[in-house]
Design a protein around this ligand. Sequence first.
Ligand SMILES: [Zn+2]
Length: 280
Amino acid sequence: MPELPEVETVVRGLRKTILHHTIAKVIVDAPQKSIVVSESFKNKAFSDILKNKTIQQINRRGKNILLELSGDMTLWVHLKMTGHFYYKNKSEPKEKHDLVIFQFKKPNSEFSLKFNDYRRFGRLRLFYSDEIWEQKGLRELGPEPLEISSDDFITLCKSKNRMIKPALLDQTLIVGIGNIYADEALYASKIHPKRILSSLSNKKLTELHGHIQRILSLAIENMGSSVDTYTGVNGESGKFQTYLKAYGNEGKPCERCSRKIVREKIGSRSAHYCPKCQKI
Ligand SMILES: [Zn+2]
């Protein structure tokens, strides 16, 4: 699943391509569950509502993409497992898993933006902007890891008596961190993924906060990690996967101590860590 650096890269790609563009037409070939329209639109169709709307702002909150449109509405997109946007010449044929195609007015009428999602867990939701933050999935989100101060991060962690790895993935605690960046931050900080958050010292939590911010920033600079199907809006892959030291490195020697990196199921997800450097 795309995590903060990948979603941030998509947002930046969308800003470069469709910001201030006006939608001419929306073609939908998606299962019903992929698209949600607020009841406030009184059963109007998704494609009809979006026609003639201009994209005024494009922002990210955690792993969510928020496109603010004219008419005081927001298109809220979550990519989930395999959802992605492509900006392409309009003449390119429709591909099998293109679920929504946005076409634009002049001077951008040669291009279209496609939302493609072969596993179909991604969601496009349309709400009026004044109701968007009341929605489940947005209202309960925790702080942004690149914005939270070290002191606030320590306070947040000290209040939780739970294992650190699943906690870091919990979007209500802190947003944007998924399996890749949680494993990398814990490896860099030499913290075992099963450690209880409240048992960590302030010094260790300060270190972890620093590594989370450093790793996420470096990953954004490298346009994210393409470990599965992820690509940016222009079709370009991320480059951060070459920097990964724990995630996906099962059986390879640890860079620090040469012990083999192990993979273990913790919570419902696989954790990758060095059993020697990251002692419980
Ligand atoms: Zn090691």
